[in-house]
Ligand binder design. Structure first.
Ligand code: SAM
Length: 277
């Protein structure tokens, strides 16, 4: 197995006459050591079926193939998806353990096999929806590490009461516990992005309720954070008919109606959603 460095990435890009598309978040990792570090941080084992979203030219894919039993990669860009099996065959003896799916990850509903770990350098403009979608549709995903824009990483792993805490933190917490897993230098990308990147690790936990509850909870979260600075009794007044009714509902759920959404844990939103209105 040989991994891709700056020279190989340049050669592959030349082969495709590739102009990285900003709209698809195409910043490719040119440092093999960073790829190995990401895979190690994710704790990928030989029994894992790894899911990678946005494999690009294959930097992380090849590092994943070193440790995982299988790698399934989902890439939206036709040219990249076509070149990837060729790159894998050139650099790895495990090409039979590799599958590429040429599709928009946000439209994915199933895969040929149940993935156990998600490892990805996500396209930055859609990183949160992609992560939430994967957690939702693949219950077999036990853990993972994703590289995202630093600001988004801070939001995903934020704790209540901080300015970073909000919709991504709460919705991700429905599925998993998330933690910061390190910073990545801008210089390991081609082209160099205009923002810093960080790694976020997640471990799936028990879900706090069924699908009906999740829908109610996610809708309450959206409403509470649509007017972030408002107290809950006022932010949720439209849901329960009036501020007084919202206050009564929140009190019944054991939640102080004068709090803001940013102080609540996912369990608190579940308590609110469980009370019949
Ligand atoms: N994993 C590669 C690496 O680390 O060098 C590339 C990462 S690059 C930040 C993001 C990749 O996601 C690109 O290859 C891009 O084409 C792909 N991508 C963008 N939007 C996508 C989508 N909706 N579904 C699947 N792949 C997508």
């Amino acid at each position: 197995m040989s991994l891709l460095g700056a020279a190989e990435i340049r050669a592959l890009a030349l082969e495709l006459d590739l102009k990285p598309a900003k709209s698809l978040g195409q910043n490719f990792v040119i440092d093999a050591n960073v790829c190995r570090k990401i895979v190690r941080t994710a704790g990928v084992t030989p029994s894992d079926i790894a899911l990678e979203i946005g494999p690009g030219l294959g930097s992380l894919t090849l590092a994943l193939l070193e440790d995982a039993r299988e790698v399934i990669a989902v890439e939206i860009d036709n040219r990249l998806a076509e070149l990837l099996p060729i790159t894998v065959a050139r650099h790895s003896e495990k090409s039979e353990s590799f599958t590429v799916i040429n599709q928009d990850a946000l439209t994915l509903v199933s895969l040929p096999k149940e993935p156990t770990v998600l490892v990805a350098n996500l396209p930055y403009n859609i990183s949160v929806p992609v992560l939430l979608h994967m957690l939702e549709i693949f219950p077999s995903l036990n853990s993972g590490v994703v590289m995202v824009q630093a600001e988004v990483a801070d939001r995903l792993s934020a704790k209540p009461g901080t300015k970073e805490y909000g919709i991504p933190s709460l919705k991700a917490a429905w599925w998993a516990s998330l933690s910061s897993a390190g910073t990545v230098s801008r210089s390991i990308f081609w082209p160099i992005p205009g923002v810093d990147s960080k790694l976020v690790a997640f471990k799936r936990g028990p879900q706090p309720g069924d699908e009906a509850l999740r829908r109610k909870v996610f809708s309450l979260i959206d409403t509470a954070f649509a007017q972030r600075r408002k107290m809950l009794r006022s932010a949720l007044s439209g849901v329960y008919g009036s501020s007084a009714l919202a206050e009564a509902h929140l009190s019944k759920a054991g939640i102080d109606p004068t709090l803001r959404g940013e102080s609540l844990l996912i369990e608190d939103f579940c308590a609110i959603a469980r009370i019949e209105s």
